[in-house]
Design a protein around this ligand. Structure first.
Ligand code: ADP
Ligand code: MG
Length: 355
């Protein structure tokens, strides 16, 4: 009576995995932008139609993918970022699981187009480095190409008709506006973390963000903060940069007088990755407790840097969570660093604190 045990097809395995990393267009955008950043891009163009449900595309000017690697990029558990278990202890890239592209490809119509950057290692070995190539995933999951394409050096991934073949998932998509709001959130978070990368976001042909790359001058970074978090953010915030053995915390916190009625400006990055973590939220709350009315919420853009071996990012496929080896130490470091900065800022800059 019982069914025989069978090995699932790759296509089905990918669709199941997609359940973990691909929830909606915004999660696709996140994975694609992270790939572009890992590829060392200086510029990102993000194009979205109908909230990303109909079509989305991320184009970068990163190192590109050689012709003979295009199919591999879409294969499951294939990555250029990890080779052995030891590397997992020291991941310096945003990706490493080799799952995003095959997962996305299994629940959409995906096209990957790339041209190897002339200065990259692959360019010399790949005689096709002076032209662009494209692969597309057919409806049944088979790969078409590589075929010649027109593309400047770098990579574009286009994803159309997300969840066209998984109606149950598709049903969970919200309105175009809601889906676009999520996309915008993801883009903002990444744009805050990487002011050195120029970025353009378009929705239905309309430009939503056009952010030039910061050029190293502090003002150019502050200008981006203001563009993303509202004019005045920089002026209403205290800059912080504190280091201890192995730990560095830097970024901006809103002066308590400019705290928020909503927890809508809380961005915390660990080694460049935006994370949500109870321990960290608690440390920040504690630091603000003497300065803030209970009903108000702190606003911050903070970056914690620590050696990769002290933090495990391989907790969940979507990588929103991390585990610290010395969580107590991290908690206390953040709390103390912020407390001290707030005390200084409030006492030292009292006159500019009036709302
Ligand atoms: P991961 O990022 O975990 O390695 P992905 O499925 O997201 O897995 O990507 C698979 C591989 O495809 C990457 O390791 C990388 O070599 C290549 N790749 C993906 N996107 C890009 C890109 N925008 N530019 C260059 N290479 C890319
Ligand atoms: Mg990736």
């Amino acid at each position: 009576m019982s069914n025989p045990i069978r090995v699932l097809s790759d296509h089905l395995v990918n669709q199941i995995a997609a359940g973990e990393v691909v929830e909606r267009p915004a999660s696709v955008i996140k994975e694609l932008i992270e790939n572009s950043l890992d590829a060392g891009c200086a510029r990102l163009e993000i194009d979205v139609e109908q909230g990303g449900i109909k079509r989305l595309r991320v184009r970068d000017d990163g190192r590109g993918i050689a012709r003979d690697q295009l199919a591999l990029a879409l294969a499951r558990h294939a990555t250029s970022k990890l080779f052995e278990l030891a590397d997992l202890e020291a991941v310096g890239t945003l990706g490493f699981r080799g799952e995003a592209l095959p997962s996305i490809a299994s629940v959409s119509r995906l096209t990957l187009t790339s041209r190897v950057r002339p200065d990259s290692d692959d360019a010399a070995s790949d005689r096709a480095g002076d032209s662009a190539w494209e692969v597309a995933v057919a409806i049944d999951g088979r790969l078409e190409g590589p075929r010649p394409a027109a593309h400047p050096s770098g990579t574009s991934v286009e994803v159309r008709d997300l969840f066209f073949n998984t109606p149950a998932r598709r049903k969970f998509l919200r309105t175009e506006k809601t889906e676009f709001d999520h996309v915008d959130q993801v883009v903002r978070r990444l744009a805050l973390a990487r002011p050195d990368v120029a970025l353009e976001l378009r929705h239905n042909g309309r430009v939503v963000h056009q952010l030039p790359a910061a050029d190293g001058r502090p003002e150019s970074v502050l200008a981006r903060l203001d563009r993303l978090l509202g004019a005045g953010f920089a002026e209403q915030s205290l800059e912080i940069d504190v280091s201890a053995v192995d730990l560095r915390l830097h970024g901006w916190v809103r002066r308590p007088a400019f705290s928020r009625s909503q927890p809508d400006q809380q961005f915390f990055y660990v080694n460049g990755r935006l994370i949500r973590d109870r321990l960290i939220t608690h440390a920040i709350r504690q630091a603000f407790s003497d300065f803030l009315h209970q009903a108000r919420h702190p606003g911050y853009v903070l970056f914690l840097e620590l050696p990769p071996r002290l933090v495990d990012v391989n907790v969940h496929p979507a990588k929103h969570e991390v585990r610290f080896r010395e969580s107590r130490q991290v908690h206390d470091f953040i709390q103390r660093a912020l407390q001290r900065r707030l005390a200084q800022g409030v006492l030292g800059g009292a006159e500019s604190d009036a709302p």
